[in-house]
Structures are given as C-alpha cells and as structure tokens.
Design a protein around this ligand. Structure first.
Ligand code: PAF
Length: 288
C-alpha cells in the first residue's frame, strides 16, 4: 500500500495508473476509521481497479466553535486497517498542501445544502464540496464512494458532480450500525457510556416514522411531529432537527413518498449526532 502525502506525487501515481488503462475508486474520509469506512473500501475493492482512500481532517468544513481541534485522529491505526483490506494507496496530505496560505477558491453550494445540517452548520457544505472537488481533481477517480449516513452530504455531492460535470460515478454505501442500532460515526468516541444509551433515541424516532408510514400515515407534518415527540421525551437530548425529505432536493416532504428519507440530528452530551432512514427500505437504488 502506497502512502502518499504530497499532491504532485498523488497526481503522478494516478497518471501512471490511468496510462496503464487501470481504473481508480476513491474513498474520501477524515480518518479515525470504522466499519462504515471499511465497508466503502470493500465496495470499491469489489468493483475492481485500484482503491485509494484519502484521510484529511478538512478544516474548511468545520465552523467556529466546532470540533476541528479535538476531532479524533489515529494515523497508525487507520493505516493498519487499510493495509489489512488490501487497498492500493492512501492519500493523506498536510493542510498546507491542500490550502496553501494564498488559497481563496471555494465551491459554493445551494439547493440540497440548504436547511437541516446546512442551517446548523452554515459553512459546512461549502467546505465539503471544496475539499471533495480538490480530491476528485487530484485522484481522478472513475468511482467515488460515500456513506448514506451523511445523506445530505451525498445529495450535495451528487448535485456538484452533475453541475460541474465530473466524469465520476458516485456510489453510496449503506449506513453501518452498531448492534443496538446506533449509526457508526468517528464522533461516537465523544459519547460517555450513558450518552451512548441516550443517543439511541434518534434511531428510535426514525424507526417510529417508518412504522407510522407503514401503517398508512403520509403527512410529513404528522410524521415529523410524532418523531419529534420521541426526542422530546428524552430529557438528556437536545433536538437540532427532525423531518422527512426528498432525498435528492432535501426539501421537506408534505406528502411522503416511498423514496423519501427520515432525517434527524441531536445533541447528546458534547456530541452532535446525525442519522437517517429510508421511508421504505430498498425501493431506491443506492447506485445511480
Ligand atoms: O464524510 C466525510 O468524512 C467528509 O465530509 C469528507 C467527504 C471526507 C470530506 O471531508
């Protein structure tokens, strides 16, 4: 497994593979890897060609007062996990490589980046599109893999790929959960044992939304209200948002359709957690 820290080296590595007619799948991450990331690498490995994982804690997607400084990092552990998987290369640039002192260019977003996480974290998606556009240019992948857990990020990045005509297939891997239903996230490390139990309220609320839909409820407002009351009954949680949206536009659904998504974000202890659930499992192809 090649470990590459410089942009020019990574670009040379990619040029050589493409010149040999080999394809590349990229798995962008911020490190502190868990089974969710590894499952994306396995999807890429199964698709053939080379798999390149990127590890970069991207400062431009963290707002003031967010967890950039304490975001968990463990380079050695990440590299061991990736080596065991058998991927071809890891790109882990320094912040100076990505954002030199005179850096001024950003990929602006609208549409699906508005509302929800975009309301709570106003500069977040602009940072995500900016780094992912850079990573796409540097790694020139045929395919890029992202997790459904960050559903709004997926909608924003698919929009960017369409709008900016990146010749890249975006492949979305299903959310990987702990046995008790908590969606895997690098940030789960912030949770105490008690927080960890309390955090399950978010998947319970989303599951209730799905059960009510299955029983015939189609009103976005009533489903949202029912999910909100599950969160409200848990005293140690602060609600950021909960709702049901069109998975492509991220507009709230008035009349809920099978391909829509239940989405939520909560604060537990000093941690903000997001999660989502398909209104109807398996009706919408994750690959498009
Ligand atoms: O999902 C993430 O880990 C990050 O937002 C990403 C896509 C790697 C960009 O920094």
């Amino acid at each position: 497994m090649d470990i590459i820290r410089r942009v020019d080296e990574m670009m040379r590595w990619v040029r050589e593979r493409h010149a040999a007619g080999e394809e590349i799948g990229v798995v962008p991450t911020m490190g502190y890897l868990h089974e969710g990331h590894l499952s994306l690498c396995r999807l890429s490995l199964a698709d053939g060609g080379h798999t390149v994982a990127t590890i970069f804690v991207n400062p431009t997607q963290f707002g003031p007062g967010e967890d950039l400084a304490r975001y968990p990092r463990d380079e050695e552990r990440d590299l061991k996990m990736l080596r065991e998987l058998g991927i071809s290369a890891v790109f882990m640039p320094t912040p100076e490589q990505v954002y030199p002192p005179d850096y001024v260019t950003y990929v602006d977003t609208a549409g699906p980046s508005q509302g929800w996480c975009g309301a709570t974290r106003p500069i977040h998606f602009r940072g995500v599109t900016t780094i992912v556009a850079q990573l796409f240019h540097i790694t020139q992948p045929n395919r890029a893999y992202f997790g459904q857990k960050d559903a709004q990020q997926v909608a924003v990045l698919k929009q960017m790929v369409r709008d900016l005509k990146f010749p890249i297939e975006v492949i979305v891997g299903e959310t990987v959960r702990e046995p008790d239903g908590l969606a895997m996230s690098s940030r789960n490390v912030y949770l105490t044992a008690e927080d960890r139990q309390v955090a399950l309220v978010i998947s319970r609320a989303l599951q209730l939304g799905r059960s009510l839909y299955e029983e015939g409820e189609r009103s976005g407002e009533r489903l949202t209200e029912a999910m909100r009351s599950v969160i409200a009954a848990e005293p140690n949680v602060r609600l950021d948002y909960i709702g049901v949206v069109n998975r492509r536009s991220f507009r709230a659904a008035d009349v809920v359709l099978p391909m829509d998504l239940f989405i939520g974000a909560i604060y537990v202890g000093n941690c903000r957690l997001i999660d989502n659930l398909d209104v109807c499992p398996k009706v919408y192809p994750l690959r498009d």
